[in-house]
Design a protein around this ligand. Structure first.
Ligand SMILES: Nc1ncnc2c1ncn2[C@@H]1O[C@H](COP(=O)(O)OS(=O)(=O)O)[C@@H](OP(=O)(O)O)[C@H]1O
Ligand SMILES: Nc1ncnc2c1ncn2[C@@H]1O[C@H](COP(=O)(O)OP(=O)(O)O)[C@@H](O)[C@H]1O
Length: 197
């Protein structure tokens, strides 16, 4: 039995003066997912909008601490985050997820959980060489030295999306700043009415 309450999504959205949705950021490690997620969240906070970030690194400390990086566990990681993101969107929140989410099938399964238009995929289109050169956590060195196996982009696949709503492309030395990238995401949300009830 599905229990229904008189306070529904529409009422919550009216309260918050915004529409719930999922902004799904995908890309290689080091492509800037967490940075752009934080910039979107910060700017929207200043505009009085409620967001919540589900970051792969963070979620893997709690809800998904039982999962590894083999393909089946990545699929389960994405599935759980997709379901949680759907609940946040139903709560009226702009939920920003920041996970590598390397497999198209897993991303598309999350898209299918949301009503049309409410799953907004953002592809961090940054070449592997740039991500590896940034490597703020020193992670790429490990698979290169043969110390770990199955690292995305090195010896585990990343399937780039072909039909993302937003592509944030690295354009060489003078690439867009995190704030400029965030502005692109926020314009998209604004144009489609997500920043109003
Ligand atoms: N083998 C392997 N491959 C890729 N990434 C690895 C791996 N091992 C650890 N890490 C660190 O885990 C972060 C990615 O976690 P995600 O939950 O986003 O990955 S996934 O969506 O399930 O593929 C990723 O964080 P980001 O750099 O923020 O992407 C890495 O810090
Ligand atoms: N637009 C950008 N331009 C230049 N450097 C960036 C940009 N976005 C992120 N970075 C830098 O790249 C590195 C990786 O960013 P991060 O957000 O941690 O990536 P991810 O979450 O995809 O692993 C960090 O050192 C960050 O400061």
């Amino acid at each position: 039995m599905w229990h229904v309450c008189s306070v529904g999504k529409v009422e919550r959205q009216n309260l918050l003066k915004q529409k719930g949705c999922v902004v799904w950021i995908t890309g290689l490690s080091g492509s800037g997912k967490s940075t752009v997620a934080a910039a979107v969240s910060h700017t929207l906070y200043e505009r009085g909008k409620l967001t919540y970030i589900l970051d792969g690194d963070n979620v893997r400390h709690g809800l998904n601490s039982d999962l590894s990086f083999k393909a089946e566990d990545r699929a389960e990681n994405i599935r759980r985050v997709g379901e949680v993101a759907k609940l946040f969107a139903d709560a009226g929140v702009i939920c920003i997820t920041s996970l590598i989410s390397p497999y198209k099938r897993d991303r598309d399964a999350c898209r299918a959980l949301l009503p049309d238009g409410e799953f907004i995929e953002v592809f961090m289109d940054v070449p592997l060489e740039v991500c590896e050169a940034r490597d703020p956590k020193g992670l790429y060195k490990l698979p290169r030295a043969g110390k770990i196996k199955g690292f995305t982009g090195i010896d585990a696949p990343y399937e780039p999306p072909s039909e993302s709503e937003i592509v944030l492309k690295y354009n060489g030395e003078i690439c867009a700043s995190p704030d400029e990238m965030a502005a692109e995401v926020i314009s998209y949300l604004d144009e489609r009415g997500y920043l109003h009830a």
